[in-house]
Write a protein that binds this ligand. Structure first.
Ligand code: SF4
Length: 333
């Protein structure tokens, strides 16, 4: 089965997916009374996905720290003084070994992240291709996040077996300039276009709790839902407030805002996998349960997400077991 058929849920008729969502429409959904919103999202979820399945993904940092970008939430930015140890590109065989262990634990998607402004050329890019080939040969979905990509790089990644490319929009176009000044929104959209053109699926979402207004959350969701096709994977992250970054002392986000955003994403993009991504450690088991009820059907497992903490494998297994949820099998082969 190829990736597109794997990700297209059985009931979704692609031409029935809507891509012309307006801000007022998204705003109205986002502000539906919460019980109605969750009920509607769960209904859409059940029409399009197996309600008892959650995909587990593992994320590894293959090159850490020293990034020239100034994303205000990121401890890997060279602009800030966070306690992150810099590390050059990992050895491909080591990375493939980590992926092999992840397969043995039932993980079906392996994501490799590198703190680059843009994917490099030459030897380092060849090493990334070796990692992609190796992980792909294990039958996993393979995702990379390497910064901006050229069309030619996207094609080479596709040929190496890359399933998906992660490049988040982070927030609304209006709020974006308060978070990142070293690249513009349109550059992000161009990388997403290169990924699409190469036939790689798109993983694209954002981060909540960075000091944005509700209208910015609505703006982000509208941007995502007007991409055509929709991103196959939509990670919704909650800011992890890391000491040394400009957002370290942001007030904590109300977890119900995560629930609202996930439910709205599920309704706007019925066929996509909605990922409850970074920040899960800050959510109670009850809040995580509400996120699943709102249509999240994927989580990251592993004690670290790039550089920030994540619940341990035992905690995750326990929670999924308590809720009666099962891991989604791999569709990558
Ligand atoms: S989020 Fe990515 S691009 Fe931004 S500073 Fe961190 S590693 Fe660099």
């Amino acid at each position: 089965m190829n990736e597109s058929s794997a990700l297209a849920p059985h009931n979704v008729v692609p031409h029935l997916l809507k891509h012309d969502w307006t801000r007022p429409e998204v705003d109205a959904i986002y502000h539906t009374p919460l019980p109605d919103l969750v009920f509607r999202a769960q209904t859409v979820h059940r029409q399009n996905h197996a309600p008892d399945r959650v995909q587990t993904c593992q994320l590894i940092s293959i090159k850490t720290g020293g990034c020239p970008e100034d994303c205000a939430y990121c401890p890997q930015s060279a602009h800030y003084d966070a306690d992150v140890e810099r590390q050059g590109l990992l050895d491909p065989q080591h990375v493939i070994g980590v992926a092999r262990d992840a397969v043995a634990r039932g993980v079906t998607r392996f994501c490799m992240g590198a703190a680059w402004r843009e994917a490099p050329q030459g030897r380092e890019f060849d090493k990334v291709l070796e990692m992609v080939r190796g992980v792909s040969s294990l039958g996993m979905e393979v995702c990379c996040t390497l910064g901006m990509l050229t069309d030619a790089q996207a094609v080479r990644l596709k040929e190496a077996g890359l399933t998906a490319y992660n490049h988040n929009l982070d927030t609304s176009p209006e709020f974006y300039g308060s978070i990142i000044t070293t690249r513009v929104y349109d550059e992000r959209l161009r990388t997403l276009a290169a990924v699409r053109k190469a036939g790689i699926t798109v993983c694209c979402g954002g981060i909540l709790g960075m000091g944005e207004k509700e209208s910015d959350r609505v703006g982000l969701l509208q941007q995502l839902a007007t991409l055509d096709p929709h991103p196959e994977s939509v990670p919704i992250n909650m800011l992890v407030r890391v000491e040394g970054t400009p957002l370290a002392s942001m007030p904590a986000l109300d977890p119900l805002e995560m629930v609202r955003a996930i439910a709205t994403a599920r309704i706007l993009m019925p066929a996509s996998r909605v990922r409850l991504a970074a920040g899960r450690k800050q959510l109670s088991p009850e809040a995580v349960t509400l996120c699943f009820l709102a249509g999240a059907n994927s989580i990251f497992v592993g004690e670290k997400l790039l550089t920030t903490p994540n619940p341990g494998p035992d905690e995750d297994e326990q929670l999924l077991q308590t809720l009666g949820l099962k891991p989604l099998e791999s569709h990558a082969v």
